[in-house]
Design a binder for this molecule. Structure first.
Ligand code: PGA
Length: 254
């Protein structure tokens, strides 16, 4: 597939996998994906498995991401994880503002923007998630919601920082539901997001930033989604938990 921007496909394992299970998965991926050069491959395991996974993927083409990070660098923040701790395990990417954290941990755009600054401050790359709920889509609010989330979550980000930022469009109604945005809906939202980036920053930023699609991505729909001009990768939940399906998503996207 000939793309303007290199595809980046990340597996978000969420709260799944013990160390033994994580190692099983990642060792399988290492073998299956050893020859893939066309796609940036990222896995985002739970914190408790980062150390072992990090070691297992040394000398491979698989990069490590975390699912969240504190906006603080150090101190009395019970249960939180700081950038410097992630860097010990060669983490390169951090998912921020996933809809599950927006929903269950009540994360706001403002908090996400502060976390993004902490991520950049540590020379890591944020994967900033945005997306509308079903009620918002049905109410004709999709574009307003996306623009509000982008302006809020990227507030304070410079053009240079945007060069290190990945975005993920994840319609909430498509996450873990088996319902995927069809390729046309995904393309439309991605093009809109790129337009907002153009207004917030400039055309260069808008053209360079990679925008992943997330929400029930599977081996069977990956190719069509990735073939859309403004879809530059995927953030995969459920289907990233097995070697076969995650490897097939990547192979089918090439
Ligand atoms: P899903 O999750 O692939 O299981 O729908 C996507 C995500 O939440 O990133």
């Amino acid at each position: 597939m000939n793309k303007e921007r290199k595809l980046i496909i990340a597996g978000n394992w969420k709260m799944n996998k013990t160390v033994a299970e994580a190692l099983d998965l990642v060792r399988g991926l290492k073998i299956e994906l050893a020859n893939v050069k066309e796609v940036d491959i990222v896995v985002c395991p739970p914190f408790t498995t980062l150390s072992d996974v990090s070691e297992a993927i040394l000398d491979s083409n698989i990069r490590l991401g975390a699912q969240n990070m504190s906006e603080h660098n150090v101190g009395a923040y019970t249960g939180e994880i700081a950038a410097v701790m992630l860097k010990e395990f060669s983490v390169r990417y951090v998912i921020l503002g996933h809809s599950e954290r927006r929903q269950y941990q009540k994360e706001s755009d403002e908090l996400i923007s502060r976390k993004a600054q902490a991520v950049h401050g540590a020379s890591l790359k944020p994967i900033v998630c945005v997306g509308e709920t079903l009620a918002e889509r049905e109410g004709g609010q999709t574009e307003a919601v996306l623009e509000r989330q982008l302006r809020g979550s990227l507030a304070g980000s410079s053009k240079d920082q945007m060069a290190e930022t990945i975005l993920a469009y994840e319609p909430v109604w498509a996450i873990g539901t088996g319902k995927t945005a069809d390729a046309g809906q995904a393309q439309e939202a991605h093009a809109f997001i790129r337009g907002v980036l153009g207004k917030m920053f400039d055309e260069t930023v808008a053209r360079r930033v990679r925008i992943q699609y997330g929400g029930s991505v599977k081996p069977s729909n990956a190719r069509e989604l990735m073939s859309q001009p403004d879809v530059d990768g995927a953030l995969v939940g459920g289907a990233s938990l097995e070697t076969r399906s995650f490897a097939d998503i990547i192979k089918n996207s090439i």
